[in-house]
Design a protein. Sequence first.
Length: 293
Amino acid sequence: MRIKLFRSLPFFALLTAATGCSYYYDSKADEMVQRQMDAMVFVKGGEFIMGNPGGWDTSEDSLPPHKVKLDDFYIQKYEVTQGDFELFQSVTGYKHSNRYYQKKRDEKTERYDPELPAVTSWTDSMAFCKWLGGRSGKPVTLPTEAQWEYAARAGGRMLRYATKNGKAIAGITMADGPTPQNVGDRTPDKMLPKESGSFPPNPLGLFDMSGNVSEWVYDKYDKNYYENSPVINPIGPTEGEIFAYNGDNYRVTRGGTYQDFMLNTTVSRDKMTETLSTETSGFRCALSPSSQE
């Protein structure tokens, strides 16, 4: 279980209001940045078959399997928490990209507990990672989709789930979803993700890459991208699918959610518009030798 270093943002807000300065926020931000960077896990690059080589996922957009070669990189062992994201907001004045964010936060406060995974859009997640990079002086960003899958599969191994033994055992290796026995108190609107570190990590020491919250990755979304993906360090299509209503790009999310169970494989992928956030989406940052932008 990770150490809980940041708990109550409202307390910080009261303290700042009382002192009339931001020193407390800044000192906490320095501590948080160090903690986030200390949580970066080295991943040795290599070659693997990306895109559902084990037939573990039924979605068409996880096909075809294709060869990918990656350079070394780092990825965080934990999903970024709501508390750390709100501290980032307080220090920088960043406003959430989803205009309904505060309304949703007021309606379901328990989902916004500081120790749970942050509720963020792709835009918010990227803003946090880039800020973390600026404070640390390192090239921090969101992981590419290829990096995420390679890490979830512990270096591209044939692992169906990102768990210690590659198996999904309800309540032991990862969170269980609703079943006929518990559906009364585990309907999607009543369920919550777990705190980071609630279950054993995968073989690389990474937590919750299957079945907690789906995680934003860097790539734009194109259903057919796997058919044309470059072999060396792919970063997604230059032009992906667009949401016609507002012109937002669709971005890829990976890993499944706490509202499901058996479909939360290491190859499951989905899409959402980049300014949308939901209770089931979150993120972790990565560090590469060169920036992806």
